[in-house]
Structures are given as structure tokens and as C-alpha cells.
Design a protein around this ligand. Structure first.
Ligand SMILES: Nc1ncnc2c1ncn2[C@@H]1O[C@H](COP(=O)(O)OP(=O)(O)OP(=O)(O)O)[C@@H](O)[C@H]1O
Ligand SMILES: [Mg+2]
Length: 378
């Protein structure tokens, strides 16, 4: 039986050593000798593991890494590991191979040490880390580029919008042909569309370079809802959609960044209006639940197919339904909503059934709720 076992130990690819409870070698396989370049005599039964450790450092077999500053440090760390016999101990050999030692106590006394070459795993890990770093750098460069570009594009665009507006309004007198007025309006509309898009890209790139700073104050929810109504009313009218806003209690106030909060609301409301069916209804409800402010935006529109839901907050992604039905959009609105909700520590969820409609819920942390009593004090 013993010969069979010893034979088996020789055939495994890991180094294998058994020590008795005093730390003296009982038996080991050839792989162990090969790994550390020990001779047969050096690994004869009865040699102490600390002796082997000393051979390692004196021959420079192991690389003294940053974690162990000196040879003594290395020996101490190994001794400490062998006293605990928990987890594993990783060293690099002078030939650059990485070895992971896992020691376990034996019920008969002593311990068994299994030492595995993990160079391949280490290399993969390092390659992954370096790829991740490169990707992060590239992504940051892209975001910075987009932020700069969109910033630069806004100035001329504002001039285009402003002057085409002057022309479409015929501020300095009538045009010789009525088509000039129409074309000027077309330029203005296209310019505004482009400006919206650029603003979204700029917001997103600002968020991505970690530039998201909240400027928080006690914000009146009624006011935010009114400006949302003003901004989306025209579209609702065009699409024949009824927009209901309910605030319960009506005096609800929130500690938040009013501009970002408005962006959250406007994006959700314009999606709900855009994806509604004609004569549909969109409900915006602000309520208090367990002391937390909860916003729900519900529509009964085209909905979203199940497969797309996991990707809903990814930039530039649009559902199959909205592409097939030819809805306009870039796929940035919800990405921003998610980033702004996260910045407020809010919980954002979206549920939808294709063909039936969509509900988006944002629940803000309790600390953001401003109750009237508090307002009276401040
Ligand atoms: N209320 C909704 N009903 C149906 N689909 C929706 C709804 N809200 C979002 N979606 C789907 O999610 C996609 C992403 O929404 P998002 O608001 O990010 O982009 P968008 O509205 O297409 O463009 P943008 O908001 O950038 O102008 C939409 O294109 C649409 O497919
Ligand atoms: Mg949108």
C-alpha cells in the first residue's frame, strides 16, 4: 500500500511534502526537489522546514518581494504561516515561476504541504489588470474628448439657433418669400435638437470623468414638476397625451440638486410621453413611503421587450420596439437618470411589459425628505 501511495505522489504535478508535528520532513516527491533545486540529501527525512527555507534564501531560489523586505522577514513570514496553517503562501522563484503553498494539518499530527505552480494564473491576472487599466484610460480620454468637443460645439450652435430664431420671427422686417421663414424655423428646430443631444453627451462625459458635483438645497417638488410640465407640454400636446401630476402631500420638499432632479424628471416624463400611444395618459406621482420620497412615472405605451431590460441604463442602447416603431432618440436619457439618481443615493427601478406600458420608480433616501416642521425651524 505504501509503495502504491508513494508512487502516486510521484505522479502528481504538484510538489508534495509531509512534515511531522515538530516541522521535520517525513517524505516528499521529486517535484518538490525539482521546484527548489534541492538534492536528495537536503530533503532526507528529519530535515526541518526552516533549514530548507534557509537554503532557499542563501541560494537566492526565492525572490524576496516587496511584502517581505529581507531574507529574515521571508523566513519569519513562512514560520508564522506554518504556525497558523490557514489560507496559502505565495512566493516567486528566481526563474520567475510563482508558487502557491497550501499547508493543512493532518489528524495524525504534523502537516501536509502542497505547492502548485500558478505562474499561468498570475500572468492571466496581470494581463487582465493591465487590460482593464488601459481600457479605463482610453475611456477617460474618450470622455474628456467628448466633454471638450461638446463644449466647443455649443457656442456656434447657440449663434445658429439665436440668429435663425431672429429670421423665423422676421424681427427686422418681412421676408421677400414666405419660404425663408419656414426654412429659418427648420434651422432653429434642427439646431435645438442638436443642442439637446450635445448637452446630453456633455452631461454623460462629465459624469464619466467623475465630475458630478451635487449642488443641493431644499427643493420644492411642485416647482420642479411645473417646469417639467412646461418643458414637455408641447410634446404631450403633439402626441395627444394627457400628463397628470400628483404630489402627495402637496407641500413635499426634497433636499436635492434641483437641476439634476429636474433632468431626472424631464427625461422620465419625455420618455413616457414619447412612448405613449395616442390618447394615452402619463401619471407622475410624488409620494411619501416610510418617510422616503418616491417618484413614479407611469405610461401605458408601447413598453419594452423583456430581453432589453437588463441593458436599459447602458448608453446609446435602444429597445427593439422603439427602433422598429421608429421613435426618435439617442439612448442617453436613462443613462443620465441612473447616474443622477445614484449621485443622490436614490434607488431607481424600471418595470415594463411590451405592449402594455412602463413604470419607472425612484426612491430617495430618507435623509433627503424635508418635512414641514423641519422647514419651520430652519
Ligand atoms: N417609457 C418607456 N416606454 C418604452 N420604452 C422606453 C421607455 N423609456 C425608455 N424606453 C426604452 O429605453 C431606451 C433608452 O431610453 P433613453 O431615454 O435612454 O433614450 P431615448 O429616449 O431613446 O433617447 P434620449 O433620451 O437620449 O433622447 C429607449 O430608446 C426605449 O427603447
Ligand atoms: Mg429618453
Amino acid at each position: 500500500m505504501e509503495t502504491v501511495l508513494l508512487d502516486a505522489l510521484e505522479s502528481i504535478s504538484d510538489a508534495f511534502v509531509i512534515y511531522d508535528d515538530g516541522g521535520y520532513l517525513v517524505t516528499c516527491n521529486a517535484k518538490f526537489r525539482e521546484l527548489y533545486q534541492y538534492s536528495e540529501e537536503e530533503t532526507a527525512p528529519g530535515v526541518h522546514y526552516q533549514e530548507l527555507g534557509k537554503i532557499d534564501v542563501s541560494r537566492g531560489n526565492v525572490v524576496i518581494s516587496e511584502s517581505c523586505q529581507s531574507k529574515e522577514d521571508y523566513l519569519d513570514q513562512k514560520k508564522e504561516y506554518r504556525q497558523r496553517l490557514e489560507g496559502s503562501f505565495i512566493v516567486q522563484l528566481k526563474d520567475k515561476r510563482w508558487i502557491k503553498t497550501t499547508d493543512r494539518r493532518l489528524s495524525s499530527g504534523g502537516f501536509v504541504s502542497i505547492q502548485r505552480d500558478i505562474t499561468e494564473e498570475k500572468r492571466n491576472e496581470e494581463a487582465l489588470l493591465s487590460a482593464k487599466k488601459t481600457a479605463e484610460l482610453a475611456n477617460r480620454a474618450k470622455s474628456e474628448f467628448l466633454a471638450n468637443m461638446s463644449h466647443e460645439l455649443r457656442t456656434p450652435l447657440n449663434a445658429i439657433i439665436g440668429f435663425s430664431s431672429l429670421l423665423s420671427e422676421a424681427v427686422y422686417g418681412p421676408h421677400s418669400d414666405h419660404r425663408y421663414k419656414e426654412y429659418a424655423r427648420d434651422i432653429e428646430e434642427a439646431g435645438s435638437h442638436l443642442l439637446n443631444l450635445i448637452n446630453e453627451v456633455l452631461d454623460l462625459s462629465k459624469v464619466e470623468v467623475g465630475d458630478i458635483v451635487l449642488s443641493e438645497k431644499t427643493t420644492d417638488i411642485w416647482q420642479i414638476s411645473q417646469s417639467c410640465k412646461a418643458l414637455t407640454g408641447q410634446k404631450a400636446k403633439e402626441n395627444k397625451v394627457r400628463l397628470n401630476i400628483k404630489i402627495d402631500p402637496p407641500t413635499l420638499r426634497i433636499h436635492a440638486d434641483p437641476i439634476k432632479l429636474k433632468q431626472i424628471l424631464v427625461n422620465l416624463a419625455s420618455n413616457a410621453i414619447k412612448f405613449s400611444k395616442p390618447e394615452g395618459t402619463v401619471d407622475i406621482l410624488w409620494s411619501l413611503k416610510n418617510g422616503k420620497i418616491k417618484l413614479t412615472v407611469t405610461d401605458h405605451g408601447v413598453g419594452i421587450e423583456k430581453e432589453f431590460l437588463p441593458h436599459i441604463f447602458e448608453p446609446f442602447r435602444r429597445s427593439q420596439i422603439s427602433s422598429v416603431l421608429n421613435f426618435e432618440g439617442t439612448g442617453l436619457g436613462l443613462t443620465l437618470v441612473k447616474k443622477f439618481s445614484d449621485a443622490h443615493g436614490a434607488d431607481l427601478t424600471l418595470s415594463s411589459i411590451a405592449g402594455e406600458g412602463t413604470t419607472v420608480t425612484v426612491i430617495f433616501p430618507k435623509s433627503r425628505t424635508c418635512l414641514d416642521e423641519e422647514l419651520l425651524v430652519t
